[in-house]
Design a binder for this molecule. Structure first.
Ligand code: AHG
Ligand code: MN
Ligand code: MN
Length: 334
């Protein structure tokens, strides 16, 4: 078997033996991979089991939950709870922190996750995904206080996502590069198919929900105007636009071929500080993008340097090809 197709387990064991990966992190990542495989099956079976629709509940952020949001959350909780080193689970879909330990100690893990990202795509059979982030605490924390989980993204030791698209893939970083694994039907294994994913520094492709143009602040409008002016504008070149309404799918494309993804704070979401969530979306994707050579910014600050003030906090997001993020930052600093 070629090295490029090693299984996820073989990859983790290699990282354990030669890269110093924590043994418990190997187990936790295998459990997360299992959760993702099962969620992938739930998504594929959704039309038969009639689980693609709304659950009739709203999450803490006031969004209508899909049945699969709840099912995917339950899978993450069940499988992440296997690992005795996990002190707390923090989910986009759950109000409070789920403390698994009474007295978390140095070396324990906190797992943050968006169990199903892009769930508006479920009803139209387009890509969705799951996103996760792992922090290892450096000292004992207070499990009676949910603010104990407010740790900056720069402390992440691992981040990843699974995409449920034409194929299911799992993409992770443990702090030295980004690798992706495609789920193989038949063997049931995730196999290394995207080795050392690298984002080119420059790009002509951007991703933004342009229906919000009237709500944007001046720097985002100026950047967008420059892109759509094409060869006649100040960039002197034509750009291309993509928007999938699933951050996982957009970031996967950017990790494969470059580009920039924007979900800015605007007049419509200013009350919450943006749309995307710092701890379940911006931080893990920010770590992956940086580890692949890209950049992740709010326009004025590196995303992973943000000190969280609430675990459901939202932030403006600009991430992808390094030079393009710098160009958008420059519009903010002008
Ligand atoms: P979620 O399904 O977890 O709530 O996340 C959806 C997010 C993100 O994946 C996507 O980029 C964005 O919301 C889409 O927003 P619009 O519907 O405003 O385009
Ligand atoms: Mn999401
Ligand atoms: Mn979600």
């Amino acid at each position: 078997m070629s090295d490029t197709q090693m299984t996820f387990r073989q990859f983790l064991l290699k990282d354990y033996r030669t890269g110093g990966l924590d043994k418990d992190l190997v187990f936790l990542l295998e459990d997360i991979a299992t959760a993702c495989r099962i969620i992938s099956n739930h998504v594929r079976d959704g039309a038969f089991k009639e689980t693609l629709g709304v659950a009739g509940s709203t999450n803490i952020q006031g969004e209508d939950q899909k049945q699969l949001d709840v099912i995917a959350n339950d899978e993450f909780v069940e499988h992440c709870s296997n690992c005795s080193r996990v002190a707390a689970l923090v989910s986009e879909e759950v109000d409070e922190v789920d403390w698994l330990k009474d007295k978390p100690v140095a070396g324990d893990y906190i797992v943050y996750f968006d169990p199903l990202d892009g769930s508006s795509n479920l009803g139209v059979n387009l890509s969705v995904g799951s996103i996760f982030s792992i922090v290892q605490i450096k000292e004992a924390i207070d499990a009676t206080d949910d603010s104990s989980v407010l740790i900056a993204g720069s402390e992440q030791i691992c981040a990843g996502y699974s995409i449920y698209g034409p194929s299911t893939a799992l993409v992770i970083t443990t702090g030295h590069g980004v690798n992706g694994f495609t789920h193989q039907q038949g063997t049931g294994e995730f196999r290394l198919t995207y080795r050392d994913m690298t984002i080119p520094a420059t790009t002509k492709e951007f991703a933004i929900n342009a229906s919000r143009y009237r709500l944007w602040d001046a720097p985002i409008r100026a950047y967008f105007d420059e892109c759509i002016a094409g060869v006649e504008g100040s960039r002197g070149e034509n750009s291309n636009m993509r928007w999938t309404a699933s951050m996982v799918a957009d970031i996967h494309r950017i990790l494969v071929r470059g580009g920039v993804f924007l979900y800015p704070e605007d007049e419509g979401n200013r009350a919450t500080g943006g749309k995307l969530r710092l701890m379940y979306e911006a931080n893990p994707m920010g770590m992956l993008v940086e580890q692949a050579g890209g950049a992740a910014s709010t326009g004025t600050q590196r995303i992973m340097d943000i000190q969280p003030t609430s675990h459901h906090q939202r932030v403006p997001v600009i991430m992808g090809s390094k030079d393009e993020v710098a160009r958008i930052d420059a519009f903010h600093n002008a």
